[in-house]
Design a protein around this ligand. Structure first.
Ligand SMILES: NC(=O)c1ccc[n+]([C@@H]2O[C@H](COP(=O)([O-])OP(=O)(O)OC[C@H]3O[C@@H](n4cnc5c(N)ncnc54)[C@H](OP(=O)(O)O)[C@@H]3O)[C@@H](O)[C@H]2O)c1
Length: 295
């Protein structure tokens, strides 16, 4: 921070945010920008949840939440670009989503991140939504977790999120609009203990504050950054818990709604944060957790 001037006022003469032309919309008028200048209120509030003509990247789309997110964004009209390491899984997914593009790669590899952005830009020349969903966990006791294991979790869950957000952010800043949605976790808001997840909780907590920082840093230039903090959902990551009755009882006992979440119960939060419905929201974390963090 030393020597930096923290406050920079509006830049005189800076171009006002613009939104690329939209070719197909559900109504006669184009969607408003996902950030930037406010637009006149629409008489169709649901229009603000549509993503027609927009390009959205979803990471970690080969399974679990990411696969669902890709389907949901595609379902409201976005051109979806999906990534993960398992190419066969991505190919299966895009075969069911007309127009979707698969870019297999490892998000911790800089060249793979750049390739992903380049492929998304090749579609229409703009990038409107980035969903940073890929992640991993390493459930071992803190006293036993190797520093290299800790470092790997941070690399996937945090450093790669920053790296991809930076590449996407540069493009979105140039466009003057864009929406980044980070998939954090309730375990970035509260401790996981008695579950043993030191590296996971640390990385997700950092993603939440990175969300606040990027949201605040880029807000005046039209780029919004928000996070979803899911509670417990059945995926490959949580498969062991789903196979263990005492874990399930633990989830039911500690969740005010008395059960884990269903995959489609994240759809609303995703659509809200990805599109114009949240045009006055940035730097925020939306917990979708059956009340876990309300206790
Ligand atoms: N399930 C839950 O209850 C829950 C709760 C809170 C938060 N979350 C978060 O939700 C996100 C999705 O998790 P999930 O539950 O859906 O788990 P999942 O089924 O294990 O999915 C994880 C995804 O991340 C991808 N991935 C992991 N490392 C990668 C890498 N280095 N490069 C590229 N892709 C990578 C995986 O694809 P490949 O293996 O094919 O690369 C996979 O598609 C994660 O960020 C997780 O922390 C989940």
């Amino acid at each position: 921070m030393g020597g930096q001037r923290p406050f920079r006022g509006p830049v005189r003469g800076a171009p006002s945010p613009t939104f690329p032309s939209v070719t197909s919309t559900p109504s006669s008028s184009s969607p408003s920008p996902s950030s930037g200048s406010p637009t006149a209120p629409s008489d169709d509030p649901l229009r603000r949840f549509r993503l027609d003509g927009r390009v959205a990247i979803v990471t970690g789309a080969s399974s679990g939440l990411g696969r669902r997110f890709a389907r949901v964004l595609h379902g409201v009209g976005a051109s979806v670009v999906v990534t993960a390491r398992r190419a066969d899984r991505l190919d299966e997914l895009v075969a069911t989503l007309p127009g979707a593009v698969a870019v297999a790669g490892d998000i911790t590899v800089e060249d793979d991140r750049q390739r992903l952005i380049d492929r998304a830009l090749a579609l229409t020349g703009h990038l409107d939504v980035l969903v940073n969903n890929a992640g991993m966990s390493n459930p071992v006791a803190a006293e036993d977790e190797l520093v290299d294991q800790f470092r790997r979790v941070v690399e996937v869950n945090l450093t790669a999120v920053f790296g991809l957000s930076q590449l996407a952010g540069r493009q979105m800043l140039e466009q003057g609009h864009g929406s980044i949605v980070n998939i954090a976790s309730i375990l970035g808001m509260v401790a996981a203990a008695p579950i043993k997840e030191a590296s996971y909780t640390a990385s997700k907590g950092a993603v939440i504050n990175l969300t606040r920082q990027l949201g605040a840093e880029w807000g005046r230039r039209g780029v919004r950054v928000n996070a979803i903090a899911p509670g417990w959902f059945e995926t490959e990551m949580t498969a062991e818990m789903w196979g263990d009755e005492s874990s399930m009882a633990y989830i039911r006992r500690n969740t005010p709604l008395g059960r884990p979440g269903l995959l489609d119960e994240l759809d609303g939060a995703l659509l809200y944060l990805a599109g114009d419905a949240s045009s006055y929201v940035t730097g925020q974390v939306l917990a979708v957790d059956g009340g876990w963090t309300a206790r």
